[in-house]
Design a protein around this ligand. Sequence first.
Ligand SMILES: NC(=O)c1ccc[n+]([C@@H]2O[C@H](COP(=O)([O-])OP(=O)(O)OC[C@H]3O[C@@H](n4cnc5c(N)ncnc54)[C@H](O)[C@@H]3O)[C@@H](O)[C@H]2O)c1
Length: 327
Amino acid sequence: MRNVGLVGCGAIARVHAAVLHALPEVQLCACCDIKRERAENLAREDGCAVYENYTEMLEKEKPDVVHLCVPHYLHVPMAEEAAERGIAVFTEKPPAIDRDQWARLRRAAEKVPVGICFQNRYNPNIRTAWEMIGSGAYGALTGARAFVTWHRDAPYYLDSGWRGRLATEGGGALINQAIHTLDLLVWIMGTPEKAEGLLSNHHLAGQTEVEDTAAVYMLLGGRPALLYASNAYAADAPVMIEFRLEKATLRLEGNGLDIMTPEGTEHRTFTVPETLGKGYWGNGHLPCIADFYRSLEERRAYQNNVDSVADTMEVLMQVYEKGREMP
Ligand SMILES: NC(=O)c1ccc[n+]([C@@H]2O[C@H](COP(=O)([O-])OP(=O)(O)OC[C@H]3O[C@@H](n4cnc5c(N)ncnc54)[C@H](O)[C@@H]3O)[C@@H](O)[C@H]2O)c1
């Protein structure tokens, strides 16, 4: 049985707690939040310990693993603190908010296993598309495009205390909302040879420091990949990802997959695990976290380890370094 400490008891922490409840081999031993009532609410079901101070939780509980569900800028310093004590880390995305933090996380990962919550890599339609592309049945991959068009309003940013500021969120639509889709493109298509983008702020200009819209161009494994991400839409539309191959186009939207060939379109809908959080976050937290614990048990590398997200982080950093052209 592994003891788990959870830090940051806001929106996503509820999903982590529900997943931990579903895994017989782990138990939540402590919840920590600077807002004590949030930690108390989450800890109630398990009757576990409550902390307002992360260091104190690590020292007193000595958990085997910590789940980091805190604001972006805290992921790396909290991962470092855990690693110093030999405690494994499962961190929410993004793994880091700048190059310096990213280098520090990679060093921490030399000491302890560090898992990253890119849960959409476990979505059944993505895995099916990945297998189809890898099989070569539809010829070579020639390009991809993706859209993440969601709605985030001023209260979402202003009420949180950390979103909307570069120092604490690190960016906007790209690093927070579209990072999963960016990761899927990079993960499936391969080494980034070029990455650049335009960042802009349309509907919350003057109210946040971060972009509400990012248009990204990448060359991945020699093929063009385009990503358009915006938080300025009217609603949280399903994410669309399209992979173009020589003999077919694979279009993923929501939980569906369209296989489009000259002969016609085959539509597949996938059954997904129960949605533990918001549907547009994807349904992959359960398989993603379960696989992390299996990897610890089996003493093998975890699929979403720091090495496996390095290309995604390189693209992200390059776009932010070159693309800050906010009005
Ligand atoms: N994987 C996904 O699809 C997904 C979805 C939503 C959020 N997230 C990620 O989860 C993380 C948290 O997001 P959220 O929406 O739950 O945010 P949130 O603001 O709802 O929760 C963050 C919590 O951290 C607490 N906190 C802040 N500083 C702390 C500290 N020093 N010690 C202890 N607690 C502290 C806050 O009080 C708050 O309760 C972010 O990194 C976000 O990007 C991931």
